[in-house]
Design a protein around this ligand. Sequence first.
Ligand code: CA
Length: 515
Amino acid sequence: MRRWMMAASVLVASFFCISGVGHAHQERPNILFIFCDDLAYQAMSCYGDERRLLETPHMDRLAREGMRFDRCLVTNSICGPSRAVVLTGKYSHLNGFYNNTNSRFDGSQVTFPKLLQASGYATAIIGKWHLVTDPTGFDYWHILPGQGVYYNPPMIDNGRRVKHEGYTTDIITDLCLEWLKNRDRSKPFLLMCHHKAPHREWAPALRHLGWDNDRKHAEPPTLFDDFAGRSRAVRDHDMGLDRTFTDRDAKLIPPPGMTPEQLEVWNAYYEPRNQKFREANLKGKDLVRWRYQRYMHDYLGCVKAIDEGVGRLLDYLDQEGIANNTIVILSSDQGFYLGEHGWFDKRWIFEESLRTPLLVRWPEVVKPGSVDNHLVSLLDIAETLLDAAGLPVPDDMQGRSLMPLLRGEAPQDWRKSFYYHYYEYPVPHHVRPHYGVVTERYKLVHYYKPDIDEWELLDRQVDPYETKNFYNDPAYADVVRELHAELERLRNEVGDTREPPRSAYGNRPFDGEQR
Ligand code: CA
């Protein structure tokens, strides 16, 4: 790999010699990668969810001026593993980061920021990192330790511990703007702006408390899914609004680390409403309905602050006159359940957690307002950005550059199926390890561990909310047979044929300082 990198840098150097360094730098695009944590496409108005939960004008601007990908899938629907996939362009079983419980990112492996940095990009990551070891490949890193907190966050500034006062989403945006203003303008840049929001426990900014005027948010049709006919793996979940939602999730307890002044504003909003809730003594479905409404106020309120931050960053690119040659990507480490199946959280191969939002604006290349329906993935990000910067993509990266799609082409040989593998079990949400194959219409899923060996077939065409299992339906026998064969082909293709190490499931928690 080292030999490959040397070859790459020679190639890049000779490119500059031919074209002249200053000129080449101007031509290579800047990259602003805005990555949210647990952002559901259902919460973005540009994705047109039937519930119309929230208006996100600045994200919508990105979609209007760029390309919206409607089927961007993750390989392992959980925070740290998805981040490792983005950096490496490789599945968990190759990049080594399987779960959030005891995985540590091996920072010596090849990542796309390292390759961009070696080719002359200024590189920075600001915000959530969550890969335990120190970031590598960045000139500047200023990260939250672990999950981070919503108010007054301690952060790590290139290895030095610092403490900020304020709301974390705003602080991350401020730090990004500060870095952009002070950057080395002789180089193109890669800035990874990684929000903590809207991760659990969904604490909105003070200015957004009551943003919805106590509106009743539309409920998803599957809020009270009874999981009839589904695998025991699905029924045994621990991510339900009915069973898992804590007092902190419900804001019956305020978030940690607030100043007395912040807490006063916080309590002025929540306390009268919490008092009413306690007096009502809700049970059963009424309690779930109350929790759903509280969850939507809080979760969507967090998204509002991200959206405002996106607006501020886009304004800066305009003011600086660099919008045309800056690739702006907005995405999330996975999707999220906003009450579908009665759930919050992620992890499953099912649509809301498998699909993640992906918007790409690049005025020099992408036709404004375009929509792409190909099966794409966070696995493709590294390859895409290397390709966009004119760099070769290492052979062992497993995704594919999205550049043809961004140019509006429809390659005949684009993937028609996709491989998925989730590991972390039993904590924190009791989602059993599973792998499967995803096509435009179907999903074939195997729950294989530790006390279970069950299959499900989902058919999005006849069952768009994914509430039924067709695996044993004789009418689907041919489909099941074909998908088994396709799953085996994919497992061989991506090299996931061996038993994962025991540590992959995270059953031995990591103890020690986390980044
Ligand atoms: Ca996440």
